[in-house]
Design a protein around this ligand. Structure first.
Ligand code: C5J
Length: 228
């Protein structure tokens, strides 16, 4: 018999209730070298990538807790096929930097699946049995198996972490919300190259009674899971 453990997480704009921990998944969005290390996609777009590392310890704590409780952890990677058949020309042209998607940089071809720079950072590397969804878009539902994966694991509640807050994290959270998932964004588990965009995103999500979902700190999520 599987024990159903309900959870309550202290969140904004009000408590986040999960009927059973088995319905909960941790989503780690795009914690890839391409976004966190010099020479990757984030830096060729002109961003200072160093500040994004600040969220790594918080995500590590959540990842370890979910693993320990045998709860679902899903990572995503933004990437394209080597022949770029899944990359719209409009996306390649955007940014107008010296290098673009598919070009060779110091960590291999930028944003291409299988290249060293496209890997998840070693601190958060998935185990062999964890789910990693490769996505060609900003949202993780577009052109991926995300919905089938969530359904097959009977997941209804999603805890969001990763980068960048206002691009891939927010896009995925909005896609999930429209599909009926109950979404919570971890305030200190997400980062942007633009701190003010992160702050605005947190406020947008939880405004109007939680129009897109909830936000909470890592400590509150861990307390809800009975860890702290
Ligand atoms: C971006 C992402 N910022 N993972 N991707 O292009 O947010």
């Amino acid at each position: 018999m599987i024990l159903l453990i309900p959870l309550t997480i202290a969140a904004q704009p009000y408590n986040y209730e999960v009927p059973s921990d088995r319905q909960l998944a941790l989503l780690i969005i795009d914690m890839q070298r391409d976004f966190l290390e010099p020479g990757g996609f984030g830096s060729v777009l002109g961003n200072n990538v160093s500040s994004l590392r600040e969220i790594v310890p918080a995500i590590q704590q959540l990842q370890a807790t979910f693993r320990h409780r045998n709860l679902t952890v899903i990572q995503t990677k933004e990437c394209h096929h080597p022949d770029l058949s899944d990359c719209p020309e409009s996306k390649r042209k955007r940014g107008r930097g010296a290098l673009t998607i598919g070009d060779r940089g110091p960590m291999g071809r930028i944003l291409i699946a299988g290249e060293p720079g496209n890997d998840i950072i070693p601190e958060l590397a998935p185990t062999a049995d964890e789910i990693v969804i490769e996505k060609p878009g900003k949202g993780a539902f577009y052109n991926t198996e995300m919905e089938e994966v969530l359904r097959s694991h009977t997941i209804t509640h999603l805890i969001f972490t990763g980068v960048t807050t206002e691009v891939c994290v927010q896009a995925t959270m909005r896609e999930a919300n429209d599909r009926g998932y109950e979404c919570l964004l971890v305030e200190d588990g997400t980062a942007s190259y633009f701190p003010e965009f992160k702050q605005s995103t947190l406020e947008m999500i939880r405004a109007q009674g939680g129009i897109i979902g909830w936000t909470a700190t890592t400590a509150a999520v861990l307390a809800g899971l009975g860890v702290l």
